[in-house]
Design a protein around this ligand. Structure first.
Ligand SMILES: CC(C)(COP(=O)(O)OP(=O)(O)OC[C@H]1O[C@@H](n2cnc3c(N)ncnc32)[C@H](O)[C@@H]1OP(=O)(O)O)[C@@H](O)C(=O)NCCC(=O)NCCS
Length: 150
């Protein structure tokens, strides 16, 4: 999609990310419980302080549309993303993830997605990820699938 770009995360973006993750429709889709404000801000402070994390703000047109984050977990490089509902269905996540993958170190990139999150799974497929194993039900009772891009 034309008009989607990535840039460094700045303080003001966090308010937009907070509002987006409070959206009950989005939270249901991602199968995560929205964080309260203080916990959300503390989470982002930790994420931004760790130099092994890679993150960008997604800009669509001139609006902050969401974020892309990558972190190292038990030796796997993971990716996660969140796009605000105002921007859904226009190819924003796909365009942003494609750009974001170019910024990551060489090697496999992993993503864990709730089995029911059809939209996110489609985004991963479009960006070259493939299924890496059978669905697994995590401790929170949510069934998720593991994707990898070699
Ligand atoms: C999932 C999410 C990233 C999709 O963002 P988006 O910008 O709307 O995605 P795109 O427009 O790039 O869509 C890519 C494909 O997925 C499909 N898709 C998107 N949302 C969908 C949905 N809810 N149901 C079914 N298909 C969907 C699109 O139709 C498109 O497929 P196509 O090219 O074959 O038509 C976004 O809805 C989101 O951030 N949701 C809340 C947080 C979340 O789930 N994050 C991911 C956690 S793993």
């Amino acid at each position: 999609m034309a008009g989607v770009s990535l840039r460094e995360v700045v303080d003001d973006d966090i308010e937009v990310f907070f509002a987006d993750q409070q959206d009950p429709v989005a939270a249901r889709m991602a199968a995560v419980a929205p964080r309260e404000r203080e916990a959300f801000l503390a989470h982002w402070t930790r994420v931004r302080a760790d130099p092994s994390n890679i993150m960008r703000t997604v800009v669509a047109g001139d609006a902050v549309a969401g974020n892309m984050v990558s972190w190292d977990q038990a030796g796997e490089r993971l990716v996660g993303y969140w796009i605000g509902r105002d921007h859904w269905g226009r190819g924003v996540a796909t365009a942003a993830l494609r750009q974001f993958l170019d910024l990551l170190p060489a090697g496999p990139v992993h993503a864990y997605v709730a089995t029911a999150n059809t939209g996110s799974i489609r985004v991963l497929h479009k960006c070259g990820f493939h299924l890496a194993g059978p669905p697994v039900t995590a401790g929170d009772g949510i069934e998720e699938v593991h994707f990898v891009r070699d």
